[in-house]
Design a protein around this ligand. Structure first.
Ligand code: ATP
Ligand code: MG
Length: 601
């Protein structure tokens, strides 16, 4: 198992270390904010050794794949004396909302990162670069590197060719630069209808890389942008905007997922030309691609997550079954566990699937050494201690019992709860006829060989040893209570308490002093490891039993647990007080993950 703070080397680290050793970016200047070549040249030497960025489009809630990208980009910047920018890639006027912007800021902060470096905030918005992007477009047109194409969409598609077939030049490709410039200005000024023309790079219609066959740079779209309003009726294409955003911000290592690999030649073409034209600072950023994080039993696509929410398959973006950061957080996964998963999954060029259990393993590794323990009974069956009054004086007596808050951290002290004449135990801790190897509670009986067997003895954890004497059943044959007697002088922590040896230890909660709690048991949202394998509709493999609400009992202190507090419920796993619905006096807990199978046997 990898240690939490061990950072496995990956190819990105090697590239950064090479650049640092060679001083690739050592001479850069930084104008204190994003800007063109002149702006940066006027500033001092860039105090950041490297600059990375996390560039979400604010069109949905972030998911665990984004968490990976956040950890990677912010983590590399931290490790190599750099800074990581948080940039809203809001160049697409549609589908973007403030709600998502706020949620993204919150998610990055919660994951433990900040976008400040060298006392500057590096929170940026790509829509602030629209002026520069347009200026660069005019410069490309003037340099005969771009042209306005007025072919119909179908004609453009037909001229593009395909994998085996080179494209052919548009009839508009040979217009003069003056004509192109005039047309581009008409596009900008709203003189052309939506879709009537596009600005295209003039590269090579026969390139084997289809992305270099004169890609579109600008389109006409009358849409109100959430920041720039109606200032623009032309918007840059993502492939044009993204490299420019990186360059304006002095990014050194622009890290993205593998699907952008084929875009890299255009990224390089564009930035090289804009640098040569003197518009952008050098040395320019470079793009590096890594394989996206795929976890089994979830889907990670904002579009599909939205479908789950919109169609009511889950209770919202923060439903604890959702792989969104808000969902994972509400479920009880800690920021440290997500960082651990990101670290352990490394960064490589080879894609692949990581088993969902890796996330649970990371959670246990984070919480086991620190989460306070608590006793709860999830499937309650009443245990009546029939000689309680004889041993403790009266049936109303409360005998205080003590347990460590954390078994490995005595400095955290002890928790106290009461033993009373009736306690809740787990239904599975009683067997009328024991199976082989069952060491918990069984009544006196005559076995198959006709031999009378006494009732079993077991220890109520942190309490006393009890001996099972019988049980009660209702008319349907369902066991409604177990009867037992307290074995005197066996109270945990008192001298001689372990003189009576027992093999079974049982968790319990006092009936009269315990707290009623609501517990939500979550399971995988999909019943197939790869919900979309073979082109399957992921909605057809939703797990119908992914959420179960139960009424349970807990030691009294949980009544006042604070919201979002994490616990290990002894024997059951890791649970968190629900961030949204838990309240003092009305406790609601979510199961984050089960324990490793420590109780089996
Ligand atoms: P989605 O497909 O879910 O909508 P996206 O890539 O369109 O995701 P963006 O907001 O554009 O979403 O992504 C922001 C950053 O997060 C990008 O750099 C993207 O490459 C990265 N990212 C998205 N999904 C993953 C993933 N599964 N693993 C690693 N990085 C990811
Ligand atoms: Mg995207």
């Amino acid at each position: 198992m990898t240690e939490p703070d061990l950072k496995p080397s990956n190819f990105l680290r090697q590239i950064i270390e090479r650049d640092l050793a060679e001083g690739t970016y050592a001479q850069r200047h930084f104008g204190g904010s994003p800007g063109d070549a002149a702006h940066h040249a006027a500033g001092p030497r860039d105090p950041a050794k490297i600059r990375t960025r996390f560039p979400p489009e604010p069109n949905g809630y972030l998911h665990i794949g984004h968490a990976k990208s956040i950890c990677l980009n912010f983590g590399l910047a931290r490790d190599y004396s750099g800074v990581c920018h948080l940039r809203f890639d809001d160049t697409n006027p549609e589908k973007e909302e403030q709600e998502y912007v706020d949620a993204i800021l919150d998610a990055v902060k919660w994951l433990g990162y900040e976008w400040k470096g060298n006392s500057t905030s590096h929170l940026y918005q790509a829509s602030n670069y629209f002026d520069f992007m347009y200026r660069a477009a005019e410069a490309l047109v003037t340099a005969d590197l771009a042209y306005v194409d007025e072919q119909s969409a179908e004609a453009m598609r037909a001229h593009r060719g395909d994998f085996g077939k080179p494209g052919t030049n548009s009839p508009y490709r040979s217009r003069t630069t003056a004509e192109n410039l005039a047309r581009l200005r008409e596009m900008r000024d709203g003189k052309l209808a939506d879709g009537a023309a596009v600005l295209r790079a003039k590269i090579d219609m026969a390139s084997p890389n289809i992305n270099l066959r004169d890609p579109a740079l600008y389109r006409i779209k009358r849409a109100t942008h959430h920041h720039t309003g109606d200032a623009w009726c032309i918007y840059p294409m993502y492939t044009y905007a993204h490299p420019i955003e990186d360059a304006l911000e002095n990014i050194t290592h622009s890290i993205c997922t593998l699907e952008f690999e084929d875009q890299r030649p255009f990224y390089d073409w564009l930035l090289d030309h804009l640098c040569t034209l003197g518009l952008l600072a050098q040395p320019r950023p470079h793009q590096y691609e890594f394989a996206r994080l795929n976890l089994t039993y979830i889907v990670t696509s904002k579009r599909k997550l939205r479908q789950l929410v919109d169609e009511g398959h889950v209770d919202g973006w923060d439903d604890p079954r959702m792989p969104t950061i808000v969902g994972l957080r509400r479920r009880g996964y800690t920021a440290a566990s997500l960082r651990l998963l990101a670290e352990r999954s490394g960064a490589s060029k080879a894609g692949g699937w990581i088993d969902y259990s890796s996330l649970d393993i990371a959670l246990r590794d984070d919480l086991d050494p620190q989460a306070p323990r608590a006793c709860v009974v999830l499937d309650p069956l009443k245990l009546k201690l029939t000689n309680f009054a004889d041993v403790f004086g009266s049936d109303g007596f409360q005998e205080p019992c003590h347990a460590p808050v954390h078994p490995a951290k005595p400095e955290l002290g002890k928790r106290e709860f009461m033993l009373t004449n009736e306690v809740w135990i787990e239904r599975e801790d009683f067997m009328e006829v024991p199976s082989k190897g069952f060491f918990r509670l069984t009544p006196p009986r005559v076995d198959a060989a006709g031999v009378a067997q006494p009732g079993s003895k077991a220890r109520l954890k942190y309490g006393v040893v009890v001996e099972c004497t019988g049980f009660e059943k209702d008319a349907d044959g369902v066991v409604t209570a177990v009867l037992a007697t307290v074995v005197p002088d066996t109270k945990s922590g008192t001298p001689g308490s372990d003189a009576v040896k027992v093999k079974g230890v049982i968790t319990w909660v006092s009936v009269s002093t315990g707290a009623a709690i609501e517990v939500r048991l979550y399971d995988r949202l999909f019943s197939e490891a790869q919900p979309e394998a073979g082109g399957r509709d992921f909605l057809t493999v939703l797990n119908p039993n992914s959420k179960k609400k139960i009424s349970a009992f807990a030691e009294a202190s949980l009544l006042y647990a604070s919201a979002a507090a994490h616990f290990q419920f002894e024997r059951h796993g890791y649970f968190v007080a629900d961030r949204v619905e838990h309240a003092a006096g009305k406790p609601v807990f979510n199961r984050t993950a089960t324990l490793k199978d420590v109780w089996a046997k």
